[in-house]
Design a protein around this ligand. Structure first.
Ligand SMILES: *Cc1c(COP(=O)(O)O)cnc(C)c1O
Length: 398
């Protein structure tokens, strides 16, 4: 008989009862160091006092009122995002896919309202992941995810990542814009070259296209800057955000310049839950921590320490690992043995990680992780690597 919970996930047989910082405990008392952070989402770790207090206090006061009324918590969160980014205006929603849907609608609406309604197509990239709605399945373009779900939504063209010639060759009279993750997450922690991002910005300006960034996974401090595109010194026209911004509470956002946002007049787009007082209280509590002076430098410093130490691990275990990639606390170990085996070995050593495309194991710990926990994590990675060495059984037999 089928389980009451639908079988659409491949779940590890672990159920966590509580967490603190970067650690999670199962009901039977086993402890795990969380280098997956709920897929790069629990940015403040588990049980963060500021975040849990903000949610509890807001829940007791008022959780939801709808967007028929003003929501001061949303106004405050939007203003803080406007003050700290390229954006002039912010739309709130509940998930990453919903943020991307909003971003695509805004880009199309902008074209339509500026006399270019025939421009509705987007250039996307091989290896991308933009979510699981019907629209975002097409933007993702992964045949495995599309299979069985009927006709693919029209309007998304895919070209190889980091290939400017391919992008330029794909531009037609119907192209509205380019949508890219500055660092592909699900695709295997594949960073866009900084010069490629600059070239995309220049190409969009040259052709009058809009640049849309999906920073759902790489944004909100993950790379050591508030948003990953800042490393390239460019700004997008519109950007989707989710995962880390709620610290585990469902919250998504679309950030846009005025030139885009001004077309989203009353009635053009909406969502019932989006930007409610509870979700925005969580978002504000996350920003309280991430915008604290020195916090992002700390993320960059911890990322550099992991980068140096994991690079040494890759060199020490060349039969297990091929390459280290990523930025800040968004790192990927490309494996020579199956990434699932490495992930299982990490779990056996007490560490939670996440696999990704291209046979990569993702290490995306909470941004608040301590130096001591990083040290323990590195020991776990080394021990897991030893377990995965193809010659391990022979060595043990000697
Ligand atoms: C997770 C993710 C999404 C989808 O977010 P959901 O909240 O699962 O809908 C979209 N884009 C990127 C880059 C992601 O990492």
């Amino acid at each position: 008989m089928i389980a009451a919970l639908m079988p659409n996930y491949n779940r590890a047989d672990l159920a966590f009862e509580r967490g603190e910082g970067a650690w999670l405990w199962t009901a039977d008392g086993r402890r795990f160091l969380d280098f997956g952070a709920g897929i790069a989402t629990s940015s403040l770790g588990h049980g963060h006092p500021g975040l849990t207090r903000a949610i509890a206090e807001q829940a007791a006061r008022v959780m939801h009122v709808s967007n028929l009324y003003r929501v001061p918590q949303a106004e405050k969160l939007a203003q803080r995002l406007v003050d700290t980014t390229f954006a002039d205006s912010v739309f709130f929603c509940n998930s990453g896919a919903e943020a991307n849907e909003g971003m695509v609608k805004m880009m199309r609406k902008t074209m339509s309202e500026t006399g270019r309604g025939e421009r509705y197509r987007f250039i996307c990239f091989e290896g991308a992941f933009h979510g699981r709605t019907l629209g975002m399945l097409a933007a993702t373009g992964n045949a495995k995810y599309l299979k069985g779900f009927g006709p693919e939504c029209a309007g998304f063209d895919h070209v190889p990542f980091n290939n400017l010639n391919a992008v330029r060759a794909a531009i037609t009279a119907e192209t509205a814009g380019i949508i890219i993750e500055p660092i592909q997450g699900e695709g295997g922690i594949r960073p866009a070259q900084l010069q490629f991002l600059r070239d995309l910005r220049a190409t969009c300006d040259e052709y009058g296209l809009l640049l849309g960034l999906d920073e759902i996974q790489c944004g909100v401090g993950r790379t050591g800057k508030l948003f990953a595109h800042q490393w390239a010194g460019i700004t997008p026209d519109v950007m989707s955000v989710a995962k880390g911004i709620g610290g585990g509470f469902p919250l998504g956002a679309v950030l846009a310049t005025e030139a885009v946002a001004r077309h989203m007049q009353p009635g053009t787009h909406g969502t019932t839950f989006g930007g409610n007082p509870l979700a925005c209280a969580a978002g504000n509590a996350v920003l309280d921590v991430i915008l604290e002076p020195g916090f992002l430098d700390g993320v960059a410093r911890k990322g550099q320490r992991l980068w140096d130490a994991l690079g040494a691990v890759v060199r020490e275990f060349p039969d297990v690992f091929e390459e280290l990639r990523g930025a800040g606390l968004m790192l990927g170990l490309k494996c020579r043995v199956p990434a699932g085996d490495v992930n299982n070995a990490l779990m056996a050593e007490g560490m939670l990680a996440v696999t990704a495309g291209e046979n990569v194991v993702r290490l995306v710990p909470p941004l608040v992780i301590s130096e001591d926990d990083i040290g323990q994590g590195l020991d776990m990675v080394r021990r897991a690597a030893r377990r995965c060495q193809p010659s391990a059984s022979k060595v043990a037999a000697k």
